[in-house]
Design a protein around this ligand. Structure first.
Ligand code: HAM
Length: 415
């Protein structure tokens, strides 16, 4: 679990604001769901045999003897809320969310136990146009935050009939290789065979490379649905690759599934992913309607943004009394500046040289110095902290015009 501060906090806010503005244009409104849900909310929807449910959830029994889980992802809670809050009575429902998720993952670069996701769910419309639109919208979010070097991996998990036939084929194939599979995948073979396809075990991955591919088991409808999605992605001019083994790590997907991966830089793992789900809404007691959504890992997006543009702080002015006798007078000027929305620092400890050093360290653009002389002549000495050798370094102004002067000076400086 990572502390976020400084530039990281600014990156986080930036990503959230940009993503929300893109999705707002597509008709999404924000939802906050609880970070804790009854464990069954996740167990049933994500699937008992997935890594997320079987190994990664923070689950505990609360004081009321209920099994509670810290949410490992956003979709289950959002769908649960859309049903319990009766939002599904007026379709489509388009919801976006941003917040903390928890997975007891093996910590490594870009993988944390507490992380943030920005996600969207479009509920109540099923059509290849919606799938293409959602994938394009997710790509637009990446562009809006300045990420252009990525690819979209797409696949289809087909419909129920497809999945049934494919699962049979997969079981047949892996049964022939049972002894060579990892102990974990041997268990998966009987409980949830498709999960073998996202095993991280080296030998499993080798065996998986020759496994049957789902497109050979598509029903006519599933094939034509996926074909249309790809045709529309082509029309959008989106760079995508078909990955026949993309089954995603969660059980609720049907039809279109997709994942975003960076194509440059050190980090090449998934920065976001999603897909369509036909059964999830009904599973939570809602109508028999389909939905589609995705989530980006915000920390992973943050890794793709350089710190350069996020290191800047607000332009500030230092108010510096020369000695203790000017403290009260300087403090009232400090309060006046804040009352009109100017960011000011009140620096009154140490000798003058220490105070000036402190103003410099805090990155103040201007120092307003008030000594005995200034007070008696109703003036303020201004020092431009970033002035170059040739530029004006300091000047004296009338005390009454200080606020206006500071506003003009800060407004005219580049941060
Ligand atoms: P997911 O692929 O499990 O999908 O997670 C989405 C993204 O969250 C990943 O691509 C990754 O960027 C980020 N992420 C996952 N685990 C971690 C971690 N331990 N540390 C940092 N980042 C992480 C879902 O969660 C689905 N709910 C997406 C979705 C929405 N499908 C339909 N609607």
């Amino acid at each position: 679990m990572k502390d976020l501060y400084g530039a990281d906090c600014r990156k986080y806010e930036y990503i959230k604001v940009k993503a929300m503005s893109v999705c707002g244009r597509y008709g999404y409104s924000e939802i906050y769901t609880p970070m804790l849900e009854y464990s069954e909310v996740f167990q049933r929807s994500i699937g008992d045999e997935t890594d997320v449910v079987s190994k990664e959830m923070y689950t505990f029994v609360d004081r009321g003897h209920e099994s509670i889980t810290l949410r490992p992802e956003g979709t289950a809670g959002v769908i649960r809320a859309a049903v319990t809050e009766s939002l599904v009575q007026a379709l489509p429902v388009r919801l976006m969310y941003c917040g903390e998720m928890f997975r007891y993952d093996r910590p490594q670069k870009g993988r944390y136990r507490q992380f943030r996701q920005f996600g969207c769910e479009h509920i109540g419309e099923k059509s290849p146009y919606i799938d293409a639109m959602v994938i394009a919208m997710a790509s637009e979010i990446l562009n809006a935050i300045g990420v252009f070097d990525f690819t979209v991996l797409v696949n289809s998990l087909g419909d129920e009939e497809t999945l049934e036939a494919y699962t049979k084929a997969v079981v047949k194939y892996f049964s022939r290789h049972e002894k060579s599979l990892s102990p974990e995948s041997q268990v998966r073979l009987t409980k949830n065979p498709l999960r073998i396809l996202d095993s991280k075990d080296r030998h499993d991955i080798e065996i998986c490379s020759m496994a049957p591919i789902i497109s050979d088991y598509f029903t006519k409808e599933a094939r034509s649905y996926f074909g249309k999605v790809m045709e529309l992605l082509d029309a959008y001019g989106l760079r995508y690759e078909v990955d026949n083994f993309l089954v995603r790590g969660l059980d609720y997907y049907t039809h279109t599934a997709f994942e975003f991966k960076p194509t440059t830089g050190e980090f090449r793992e998934s920065i976001g992913g999603g897909g369509r789900y036909d059964k999830l809404v009904a599973m939570f007691g809602g109508p028999d309607i389909s939905g589609i959504g995705f989530a980006f890992g915000v920390e992973r997006l943050m890794m793709l943004l350089s710190n350069e543009h996020f290191d800047t702080t607000t332009k500030t002015v230092a108010v510096i009394p020369v000695s203790n006798s000017e403290n009260d007078y300087a403090f009232s000027l400090f309060r006046e500046l804040h009352s009109v929305g100017v960011a000011a620092e009140f620096i009154h400890s140490g000798n003058m040289s220490k105070k000036m050093k402190a103003a410099d360290k805090l990155g103040c653009e201007l120092a307003l110095i008030i000594g005995d002389e200034e007070r008696s002549s109703d003036t303020v000495s201004v020092k431009f902290m970033n002035a170059t050798e040739s530029a004006i370094k300091s000047r004296t102004i009338n005390a009454v015009s200080t606020v206006q002067f500071v506003k003009n000076a800060l407004g005219g400086h580049k941060s």
